[in-house]
Design a protein. Structure first.
Length: 481
C-alpha cells in the first residue's frame, strides 16, 4: 500500500511538471516588431530610435527592429564621403537592427561599396527576387527566420522593379544582376506559411503593389512595406493581410504588435510613433550623429535663395537651367524622381542642401535631337505614370492627353513663345540615369560629359549668387479637344 501511494505521489509530481509547460505554451506570446522604411540616410533621429527600442527591450522579451529598405541616398554626410554609406550602417548596427529589405537605392552605392556595407552590417539584407550569381555584389538571402523562444517567424524580402525591369537605380550599378517579378517569385515561398504557421513580408514594393500582393497571397499575415513613402497612420487591410508603412526620412517608427498562440498569429496591431515625441536620445549614438554631421565643407554657403524654391517645377527649373548655362546646350531635362527634397528655403543655400537635392552623382549626357525626338522623350516619360515627369530649361511644353490619360501629343515653344523648328537639331542635356533607364526615339547615342548634374548646379549658383524661382512652371497637361 505504501508503494502504491508512493507511485501515485511520483506520478502526480511528474504530471504537474509536464502539464505546466503545456499550459504556458498555450498562453499567447507577445512579439514587438519596430519597423522603419526609406530612411534615405537621414541620421538625426537614430539616437531617439535607439533609446526607444532599448526602452522596449527592457520591458518586453521579444523585440525586433527591421527596415523595409532604402537606407541610403539623401544625406551628403552619408553619401558624399570616401567611405560612402558607412555612417548609416554604423548607426543601424548600434541601434540593433535585425534585418533590412533590399531597396532600389541600396544599389546607388555601387556593388563594391554595397558589398563592404553588407559585410559591416550586423544584420542581413534580404530579397527573394534578386539573383546575384553573375554579379560583383554578394548574393543576399531571400528570407530570414526570427526566433522568439521556440517560435519561428519567417520574413520574406521583395524588391519592386521599374518599367525597365530593374529597380529604380542607375542601370550601370546593377550589372550582372538578374531580377524577377517579385509577386510571382513570392508565391514560390508560400511553403513558409505551411511550415511555420505564419508569414511576414518585408517589402520594398510600395503600397499599391503591396495591395496586389495581398490579393494574390493571403498567406501573408503582415506586409511591412516601403518604397512609396506612404505614411499609414492606420494599417491597411487587404484580403485579411495587414499592410503597414511609416512614410520616409525617419520621422516615424512603426510598432507592430503580434500575439502568437499555437504557432499562429491570433492578433495584430500597428501604431506609428512620431520620433519627435521621443524626448531622450541614446547618448553614445547621439555623439556619433553629431560627429558625422560636423562637416565644415558641406556647410559652405554657395548662393542665396531670395524666396523659397518649392516643388518639382521650381526646383527642376533651377536644376535644368544649370545644365543649359554650364553646358551651353539649347534645352535640358530633369526627371522628377531625381528631385529629392520638397523645397530649398529662403536664405543661404549650402553645399549640403544641393547634395540632398541631387544625391546621385549622375553625369550630364548631351544629345542632338530633333523636334519629334524631344516629343518622344516627353511622351515616354509622361506615360510611365501618366503625369509630368520631365522638368525643363530652354522651352515650355504642354502634354495633350487622350481619353486614357496617356500622352497623345506635345505642344512646345521656346521661352519667347515661338514654336520649335521641326527641321532643326537641338542640343539637349539630360542626366545619365534618364539616358540609361528611359526608352525613347533618338538617333544620337549621346556624349557623356565628365560633369555631374550636382556639380553643374553648384557652379551655376556660384555665378548667379542670388536666385528666385518663385512661380516658375514650364510644363502643363491638357486633354486633347
Amino acid at each position: 500500500m505504501k508503494n502504491y501511494n508512493s507511485i501515485l505521489i511520483i506520478l502526480s509530481v511528474l504530471l504537474a511538471v509536464y502539464i505546466k509547460p503545456v499550459n504556458a505554451q498555450r498562453k499567447p506570446v507577445e512579439i514587438l516588431i519596430l519597423h522603419t522604411n526609406d530612411m534615405h540616410a537621414k541620421i538625426d533621429n537614430l539616437g531617439k530610435l535607439a533609446y526607444f527600442a532599448d526602452s522596449l527591450r527592457k520591458t518586453h522579451k521579444f523585440v525586433y527592429l527591421v527596415s523595409a529598405g532604402d537606407n541610403f541616398t539623401g544625406n551628403p554626410v552619408v553619401d558624399m564621403i570616401e567611405d560612402k554609406g558607412y555612417p548609416m550602417i554604423d548607426l543601424m548596427n548600434r541601434c540593433g537592427y535585425d534585418v533590412s529589405a533590399m531597396g532600389n537605392h541600396e544599389f546607388d552605392l555601387g556593388q563594391d561599396k554595397l558589398n563592404a556595407r553588407m559585410l559591416q552590417a550586423t544584420f542581413p539584407f534580404i530579397s527573394c527576387n534578386i539573383d546575384a550569381s553573375q554579379a560583383e555584389v554578394k548574393q543576399m538571402k531571400p528570407y530570414i527566420i526570427l526566433k522568439a523562444g521556440r517560435r519561428s517567424i519567417p520574413m520574406l524580402g521583395i524588391i519592386e522593379l521599374g518599367p525597365n525591369g530593374l529597380p529604380d537605380s542607375h542601370p550601370s550599378k546593377m550589372k550582372g544582376l538578374t531580377f524577377t517579378d517579385g509577386l510571382k517569385k513570392a508565391e514560390e515561398y508560400s511553403w513558409l506559411k505551411k511550415k511555420y504557421g505564419m508569414l511576414i513580408g518585408l517589402t520594398h514594393l510600395g503600397v499599391e503593389t503591396d495591395s496586389v500582393l495581398a490579393q494574390k497571397m493571403p498567406e501573408f499575415d503582415v506586409l511591412i512595406g516601403g518604397h512609396s513613402h506612404t505614411t499609414l497612420s492606420h494599417p491597411m487591410m487587404v484580403n485579411n493581410v495587414m499592410i503597414v508603412q511609416t512614410g520616409s526620412s525617419l520621422k516615424y517608427v512603426g510598432v507592430l504588435t503580434l500575439h502568437i498562440q499555437h504557432g499562429k498569429i491570433i492578433d495584430r496591431k500597428d501604431v506609428l510613433v512620431p520620433l519627435s515625441s521621443i524626448a531622450k536620445s541614446d547618448p553614445v549614438i547621439q555623439a556619433l550623429i553629431d560627429k558625422y554631421n560636423d562637416n565644415p565643407e558641406l556647410n559652405k554657403v554657395v548662393a542665396e535663395a531670395e524666396e523659397d524654391i518649392t516643388g518639382k517645377s521650381e526646383l527642376g527649373s533651377m536644376m535644368t537651367d544649370a545644365i543649359t548655362q554650364q553646358m551651353k546646350v539649347d534645352f535640358a531635362f530633369q526627371n522628377t524622381g531625381g528631385i529629392r527634397v520638397p523645397l530649398l528655403p529662403k536664405g543661404d543655400i549650402k553645399l549640403k542642401d544641393l547634395y540632398r537635392l541631387d544625391p546621385f552623382a549622375n553625369l550630364i549626357v548631351i544629345y542632338k535631337m530633333n523636334l519629334q525626338e524631344i516629343k518622344s522623350l516627353i511622351c515616354t516619360s509622361f506615360n510611365r505614370s501618366k503625369e509630368i515627369d520631365m522638368e525643363v530649361s530652354g522651352l515650355k511644353y504642354t502634354v495633350r492627353t487622350n481619353a486614357a490619360g496617356q500622352c497623345a501629343d506635345v505642344d512646345l515653344v521656346d521661352l519667347s513663345g515661338a514654336k520649335l523648328d521641326p527641321l532643326k537639331e537641338y542640343s539637349v542635356g539630360i542626366n545619365s540615369y534618364i539616358a540609361a533607364a528611359y526608352k525613347w526615339d533618338h538617333r544620337d547615342e549621346g556624349n557623356t560629359t565628365y560633369t555631374t548634374c550636382a556639380q553643374a548646379l553648384i557652379e551655376y549658383l556660384k555665378v548667379k549668387k542670388k536666385v528666385n524661382y518663385k512661380g516658375v512652371k514650364r510644363s502643363n497637361v491638357r486633354p486633347v479637344e
